[in-house]
Ligand binder design. Structure first.
Ligand code: ATP
Ligand code: SF4
Length: 323
């Protein structure tokens, strides 16, 4: 693995077993995250983003089966570990609902102290508290002492998300996965959390996989954006490049739906048609049922994800020159 790469995902393919069938949630996904880089996974609901995040954090539900692929972190394939759900030292995940990540019976001080004790092997209670307060300051929480003694229900949603981020960062992770961390917050708080994560990235050199259905948020925080559709990657480029030169008809559709002036916090607008049935995904292009440029071969042959211009990959027959 290249030294500057924190994570490499190779050919990851994951199914969910459901009553009477199989959901082919994620198929042949490959990408990497460089040291200090924020990579955003963007796509509509059901495109497979969370499944990828959970696989990397080794927190997939019981009915998930990893059919093939590798997730290489710190030079080893973490999927080789025997146990299906085994915390990976150095990877932390922050979810959409911070309250669900915290036990309501414990103060947030007790929770973060426990994490610091386990991960950093610090035993001295005053040192643990010192570290906890430092983490609360890093995430710009006002009055850290009060926060330390608060129960989750005594804090607002925005504060709780900062607490959860502080707890995650207290373990000194090499990679933070943020799965829709702003979705449950109002627009002002969303902007604040995005700004916080951007600052932390700069301050701590944090590498991050940021999962969102919101292309505007992705352009705000992401160095690179990976656009997913129906369990597959359809386009990948640097944020600026993706916005100024979208190639895939799906990405173009998404961008055309968002007025430039309002790109920051606009949701992905609905493109005509519905998301594919992942019990039986198309043999050819996964977007063919909704694409205005569809050709006969699109329905038969799957377009490979290829670099079309430098550092800009797209999976679409419109860009395969030798065909
Ligand atoms: P969302 O933003 O709604 O979470 P997503 O892009 O993160 O969407 P996933 O949650 O990864 O997508 O879901 C991918 C597909 O797998 C969807 O069709 C979803 O319904 C299905 N799926 C997710 N979890 C399970 C599960 N535990 N059992 C069965 N199917 C599942
Ligand atoms: Fe559209 Fe064909 Fe490109 Fe798919 S491969 S996005 S159907 S033109």
């Amino acid at each position: 693995m290249n030294d500057s790469k924190v994570l490499e995902v190779e050919d990851l393919t994951i199914d969910y077993i459901i009553l009477g069938g199989t959901i082919k949630a994620v198929r042949n996904i490959s990408f990497s995250i460089n040291e200090g880089e924020v990579v955003c996974l963007v796509g509509e609901s059901g495109s497979g983003k969370s499944t990828i995040g959970l696989a990397i954090a080794r927190a997939l539900p019981e009915n998930a089966i990893i059919r093939k692929g590798k997730i290489i972190f710190k030079g080893r394939n973490i999927l080789d570990e025997k146990s299906k759900n085994k915390n990976v030292d150095g990877i932390m995940i922050v979810f959409q609902d911070p309250a669900a990540s915290l036990n309501p019976l414990f103060t947030v001080g007790e929770v973060i102290s426990d994490v610091i004790r386990c991960h950093l092997a610090i035993e001295d209670q005053s040192k643990i508290k010192e570290k906890a307060l430092e983490m609360f300051r890093i995430v710009d929480l006002p009055d850290p002492e009060r926060i330390f003694n608060s129960y989750p229900h005594e804090l607002s949603g925005g504060m709780l998300q900062r607490v959860v981020i502080a707890i995650s960062l207290s373990t000194n992770p090499k990679l933070l996965i943020a799965d829709e961390p702003t979705t449950m917050l109002d627009v002002t708080l969303q902007a604040q959390i995005i700004e916080l994560l951007s600052n932390l990235k700069k301050k701590l050199g944090l590498s991050m996989l940021f999962i969102t259905h919101n292309l505007g948020v992705a352009t705000e925080i992401g160095d690179r954006i990976i656009v997913m559709y129906g369990g597959e990657i359809v386009e990948e480029a640097g944020s600026e490049e993706l916005i100024s030169n979208p190639l895939h008809p799906y990405t173009k559709g998404l961008l055309e739906c968002i007025p430039r002036a309002h790109i920051k916090y606009s949701r992905l607008k609905h493109i005509p048609g519905s998301i594919p049935d992942l019990r039986n995904p198309a043999i050819g292009c996964i977007f063919s049922d909704r694409c205005s440029w569809v050709m006969d071969k699109c329905r038969i042959v799957k377009p490979p994800l290829r670099e079309y211009v430098r550092d800009h990959k797209v999976a679409c027959h419109l860009y395969v020159e030798d065909e």
